[in-house]
Design a protein around this ligand. Structure first.
Ligand code: C5P
Length: 227
């Protein structure tokens, strides 16, 4: 078992969340979904009726957010002021606004600091921590013992996202999801503050033709090699 941190980055719909959570369970590691943190801040801003294009108002809202992340891969949780928002942060309102909110530098500073704190806490534990996001290998934890960058064709990613939306009980439409996946890819890769890109020392894993057990097998192999 690899001690320390496994960083799993990549765009949405690569199977990252499913794989990260299962990998953490199998390793006896903690699990941190950083996308859920950006989603929770987005929900808080929307509830405050902040226009997400108003950078200063978003920054102000972010500073007053009381966010708590549970890092047990068996029961990962996201709470705002003690209220479990795990379901609501996956809804279309948040998904439509999260890229704008996550492009605000103050939001990133606040959340990256909190992510580093949670990682430090768990990296000392025997199983370590699996962290998924967009900038874990590049910005949040450049010292991670293993960095993997998951990719897949945008079509495969839209299909997975649609299935995930359905599983969360949200309405689905493959074409719209495909458009949304491409829109968020563009926003996430072109933003100035921590754009989505692969770390120089990350291993790229294309999951287009792999199912979840297939991706997990590859990850375990990489961890053994680093072991
Ligand atoms: O992974 P998920 O789709 O839940 O992430 C939602 C959004 O949060 C992404 O589209 C991206 O804008 C943002 N994000 C980020 N940095 C991270 C994780 C997520 O900017 N480390």
């Amino acid at each position: 078992v690899l001690r320390g941190t496994v960083a799993l980055d990549g765009p949405s719909g690569t199977g990252k969340s499913t794989v990260a959570r299962r990998l953490a369970s199998e390793l006896g590691a903690a699990y941190l979904d950083t996308g859920a943190m950006y989603r929770a801040v987005t929900l808080a801003a929307l509830r405050d009726r902040v226009a997400v294009s108003d950078v200063e108002a978003v920054a102000l809202a972010a500073r007053s957010v009381d966010l708590e992340m549970g890092t047990d891969p068996g029961h990962p949780s996201v709470s705002l002021a003690g209220e479990n928002v795990e379901h609501e942060i996956r809804g279309p309102a948040v998904t439509g606004s999260v890229s704008a909110v996550s492009a605000v530098p103050v939001v990133r500073e606040l959340l990256v600091a909190e992510q580093r704190r949670l990682i430090r806490q768990s990296a000392e534990q025997p199983g370590g921590i699996v962290v998924e996001g967009r900038d874990i290998g590049t910005v949040v934890a450049p010292e991670a013992g293993l960095k993997v960058y998951l990719t897949a064709s945008s079509h495969a990613r839209a299909q997975r996202r649609t299935a995930q939306d359905a599983a969360f009980g949200h309405g689905t439409d493959l074409e719209r999801t495909h458009a949304d996946v491409r829109r968020r890819d563009n926003l996430d890769s072109s933003r100035e503050s921590s754009p989505l890109r692969m770390a120089g020392d990350a291993v790229e894993l294309d999951t287009t033709e792999l199912d979840v057990p297939g991706v997990l097998a590859q990850l375990h192999k990489l961890i053994e090699q680093r072991g």
